[in-house]
Design a protein around this ligand. Structure first.
Ligand code: HEM
Length: 355
């Protein structure tokens, strides 16, 4: 809408009056005397300790109200001094989180080189069992695509300046950082739908029993091809469900929303706390998700079929989820044996390899 000449003149007059009023307030004798005093202190501080702005920070940290034109909950807080504490806390979190991520990826790569894909006497037979319904798989695919995009862009935002910038230079890194930031901010809110949908679809498979603790007690057997018998999902998968999905992903969604929508009258301290919580939850979740993705793809042969086709080989089920397999045999489970050709989707045969 175009304003009239009278409107423009009135606007200019109002701006000029406001400026003059601000100038008058800023130049009251008490304020001028205080500023001169502070400037003198700063000058002598610079002579003794160059770059140390202690007098200014002392005044800011004193809690004496500053003068700002900001309206709302942060009126008169010109510089929020806890911001310095937040800045200092972020560095060790990014360092230890980055180290955790590097050790996880390095550990998985070393494990793969030593052990290779864990394939345990899977004899591709004619029979398959439905592992995940189409709705389960759609919920999981949405979660996987969104979550992995957020994980990768989040790592670029958190570690890129220290790790990537020295390698790829300012121009490329600046493009990458802008792209990562926008992807992260715009795709993040999709988790508001993806997390609850996945929880609702999978919670029925994740009841906890004493056998889950026994499974963990026999964890060595899992890596030696002698798994402790488990139901439809083993205790490790239940840990992914409860810790990575329910606890950490929900924490990431809530803290992420506090950060991405700063217009809900939250203060800067609330956002700083949210940022610290977001970083810690993200690094722990990313490390655990790396292990989950490894075991679901390269790590254990025949497992990825559950995500791709929704069906797994009967011998795979017998080896990895004996209790569930027995339930299917006894007709106690919802799932039944299906001939491979009769499955509603083309089901690829698992590769048969000796243990
Ligand atoms: C590229 C990424 C991913 C791949 C390739 C992948 C792979 C798989 C596979 C193959 C299964 C079926 C395992 C089985 O049948 O025993 C599965 C199940 C599951 N995945 Fe993923 N996944 C990915 C990402 C994620 C993420 C990011 C999360 C959570 C935030 C997640 C949570 C789960 C859960 C909860 C289950 C079911 C386990 C249970 O309910 O106990 N996945 N995944």
């Amino acid at each position: 809408m175009r304003s009239s000449p009278i409107g423009r003149t009135a606007g200019a007059l109002f701006a000029a009056l406001s400026f003059a009023a601000g100038l008058a307030a800023a130049q009251s004798p008490a304020v001028v005397a205080k500023e001169v005093d502070l400037a003198q202190q700063q000058q002598s501080q610079q002579a003794v300790q160059p770059l140390n702005n202690q007098p200014v920070w002392k005044e800011i940290r004193s809690g004496v109200p500053q003068i700002t034109t900001v309206q709302g909950r942060e009126t008169n807080i010109l510089i929020q001094s806890q911001g310095e504490t937040w800045r200092a806390v972020r560095v060790p979190i990014a360092f230890w989180g980055g180290l955790l991520f590097a050790l996880t990826v390095g550990g998985l790569a070393a494990f793969y080189m030593i052990r290779g894909t864990m394939s345990t006497q899977v004899k591709p037979g004619d029979r398959v069992i439905e592992r995940l319904t189409p709705a389960d798989r759609y919920a999981h695919w949405l979660m996987a695509i969104v979550w992995v995009t957020l994980g990768v862009t989040g790592l670029i935002l958190s570690l890129g300046k220290s790790v990537l910038l020295p390698l790829i230079g300012y121009t490329l890194f600046s493009w990458l950082a802008v792209l990562a930031k926008n992807l992260h901010n715009f795709i993040g809110p999709v988790l508001i739908v993806a997390v609850p949908w996945m929880i609702v679809r999978f919670i029925r498979y994740n009841g906890i029993s004493i056998d889950d603790f026994r499974w963990f007690a026999h964890l060595r057997g899992y890596f030696k091809g002698e798994e402790y018998p488990s139901g439809k999902f083993n205790a490790g998968e239940k840990l992914v469900f409860w810790l990575v999905l329910v606890v950490l992903s929900t924490t990431l969604v809530v803290s992420g929303l506090v950060l991405v929508f700063p217009n809900f009258d939250q203060t800067r301290s609330t956002m700083q706390v949210a940022n610290v919580v977001h970083m810690i939850a993200a690094y722990v979740a990313i490390a655990l998700a790396c292990v989950h993705i490894y075991l679901g793809t390269l790590g254990v042969s025949g497992t990825y079929a559950a995500m791709r086709d929704g069906y797994v080989d009967a011998t795979w089920a017998e080896h990895h989820h004996l209790r569930w397999y027995e339930d299917v045999v006894a007709g106690r489970a919802r799932e039944q044996f299906v001939q491979r050709e009769a499955a509603p989707v083309a089901v690829a045969a698992a590769r048969a390899k000796p243990a």
